[in-house]
Ligand binder design. Structure first.
Ligand SMILES: NC(=O)c1ccc[n+]([C@@H]2O[C@H](COP(=O)([O-])OP(=O)(O)OC[C@H]3O[C@@H](n4cnc5c(N)ncnc54)[C@H](O)[C@@H]3O)[C@@H](O)[C@H]2O)c1
Length: 266
């Protein structure tokens, strides 16, 4: 049972594929907190994932849209406003994909077509989502837009590959668009830099298990899981964080401030 901190709020949640997805946990939590929303993902996610099951559970509709295609985003925002009966209060961007990682190509041997695709799907799509919302004047004043990121944007994590570049771009887009969205529409834009979580996208990373264990040992509070991510995101959607914008918020059990820990040395 939630505390209704999102009562009356309407949103769009990108990126729920299955119950391990961070977006799935956010949707469950937002529903518990009284929000109404539309779920969206690529059409194949409906076929291969379980997003329809989540839609049923959260009394929401699913609309397929490829976040790299502005025309599909425009349709999505228009339909969502129709379904929800008004403008949008929150948007979650929880999208990531690298063909270089899928194909096992390391950073020094990137395929450039795949590289462009990584940047488009994992970062520029965030700009496209915000540009669509801005153009359609689809966001309510006081609204909140959040994207998921990872500390490889700031430091080198071998194996995170071209996703590191995508996350650096994503965080920069959040600041640049955050200024304009804040000034013109009084809408917040933030990124949440999350600990490793065992999801479909997460486990695609080279030696994910070792990365997960390393982060766990280095973090005084341990890794933040998907549920922890959902709690933070829901708080960022709420009115309790009205003046927080253009921030990259670490939800990582303390990992980002560590040099070396006792557990790691042992
Ligand atoms: N899992 C982790 O360890 C971890 C850590 C930090 C940040 N993140 C970030 O969290 C976000 C969510 O990932 P996740 O771990 O929940 O994995 P996930 O695989 O469950 O989610 C990724 C989603 O992106 C969607 N997607 C891919 N291409 C798309 C497109 N063109 N248009 C719309 N949607 C598209 C997929 O269908 C999927 O639902 C990503 O940005 C990821 O980089 C994950």
């Amino acid at each position: 049972m939630g505390n209704n901190i999102l009562k009356g709020k309407k949103g769009i949640i990108f990126g729920a594929l299955d119950e391990k997805s961070i977006a799935w946990k956010v949707a469950e939590k937002a529903y518990d907190e009284g929000a109404q929303f539309v779920l969206t993902n690529v059409a194949t996610a409906e076929r291969f994932g379980k997003v329809k099951e989540l839609a049923q559970k959260t009394n929401s509709e699913f609309i397929a849209a490829d976040a790299t295609k502005p025309e599909e985003l425009e349709e999505l925002f228009k339909k969502s406003m129709d379904i929800l009966g008004g403008k949008i209060d929150f948007v979650l961007h929880s999208i990531g994909m690298s063909m270089n990682i899928r194909k096992g190509l390391q950073y020094h041997e990137l395929n450039y077509n795949y590289y462009m695709k990584t940047l488009d799907v994992s970062a520029i799509s965030f700009h496209k989502v915000m540009q669509t919302a801005f153009k359609l004047d689809a966001m309510n004043k006081g609204g909140s837009i959040v994207a998921l990121t990872y500390i490889a944007a700031q430091r080198t994590f071998y194996g995170y590959n071209d996703m590191a570049d995508a996350k650096a771009l994503l965080e920069s887009i959040a600041r640049s668009f955050g200024y304009i969205f804040g000034k013109e529409k009084k809408v917040r834009v933030n990124t949440v830099s999350q600990s490793p979580v065992r999801t479909t996208a997460g486990q695609g990373i080279k030696q994910f298990g070792s990365l997960f264990d390393y982060a766990e040992k280095m973090s005084p509070l341990g890794n933040a899981d998907g549920e922890d991510a959902a709690n933070l995101v829901v708080m960022l959607f709420s009115d309790y964080t009205k003046r927080i914008t253009m921030q990259n918020i670490y939800n990582d059990g303390g990992f980002s401030s560590m040099g070396v820990s006792e557990d790691f040395i042992d």
